[in-house]
Write a protein of this length. Sequence first.
Length: 459
Amino acid sequence: MKINELYPDVLTENSQYEFKAVLNSENPVKWAKTIVAYANGEGGYIFVGVSDDRDAFGLTIGEIDKAKNLVTLVNDRHIFPHARFSFQMRSVDDDAEKFVLAIKVLPSESVVRYRDGDFNETVYVKGDGNSAPATPEDIISLGKRKFGIDNETSATLFSEKEWSDYIELCKEYRSDGTPPSLKELQNEEAVSKDGYAKSGLVMFKDDYDGDDTLICCRLWRGNDKTGTVLDSDRIKGNLARVLERALGFIERNTKTGWKKTDAGGREEVRSYPKEAVREAMVNAIAHRDYSIGGTQIDVDIYGDRMDIVSPGSWLLPKDYREYPVGAIPSIRRNTVIAACLDIANLMERGGTGFQAMMESYRDSPAEKQPCVSIYPGFLDLRLFDRLYQSEIQFAEQTDSEKIIALLRDSPRSTKELQSVTSYKSRSRFLAEVLNPLIESGKIYRDGAVKDPTAVFRLR
């Protein structure tokens, strides 16, 4: 029996139909890539129990059950986001002992990847009878699909008074300080022609309170999560508000130091350049995968670095280090959210965000350059503290320099400050180190002289 006797429209393998004699459990990518490709396209059918020359020989009920369980298992373990599909069966004999299994794969609303191991993900697209790894251009095209999570037309008419936080964000960062016009928002397809906000723009609305905008910020004592949390903030609300509050959290926990210039003067040095921090947070908000429920953006500030971790896999086929700086293809996972940030003058169109981060670290050594770590389902953008000094560097400092370095992390008591110096005598420590720093105006006491809870802070 030929397959077209069961399915009259199925004459040969093409972009919608593919034949498989069996599904190999030892090497599932050979057939699962077709599921991924169909999900990334317009959908399609995989017919199991059919030979390459269109003979529908069929499978037993037991074999059908094993095939269905295998497809479900591989989808759960290897395909992200999970593909949507359904099963159909048609008998190939009069006794109904063997059947062709048809797997109907539905198109996905986001870019689907096949994950093989912790760090190997591939996007597949469908050709005429084959499934192939996507090129960067293919992935860019997929990312621009109109049925993404942020591109649905809502039932809410756009009104400036209901988007006041977003309007203020635009006025703050746009060079002319003006609010965006309705025409601009429509040109960028953030608002429909008849005035209704797209779902991505709704996430900037003043009263938006979805769990998908959550950002969790923490300041840690030390260089890992075994230390004490010194400061934290759990930020929810519209995207304009959470961006501003996250930037505020980072700003209040950013230390400032000084370095000598060639002319003999002093130049301010911040732990984290403002430009790099802003680019990192904007990119995390623009490119996170909002379809992954129960997740958030995490901002963790340690003694030596800041990690900004956002849900969503790296979409390009190669590691970011394999692309020249400034030549990383621009892929927008959320086209409307990215457009709203672009209107606010917060996001570059050409994929130059990482280049801007690198530029702000141009005077830092190679080991302190920004980097991206790629994990299954998450991206970690790491910025290094330009003022952090290793234990060896710390040991080589004078006692006054050690105190200044220690106070950059957090306020400290007299006892804590003395403990990192060579002084055993408290009176000598006060007379020769601490008091001169106070008199020079570099530090000050927060609390009364005899108050046991008093601490010292940098000016």
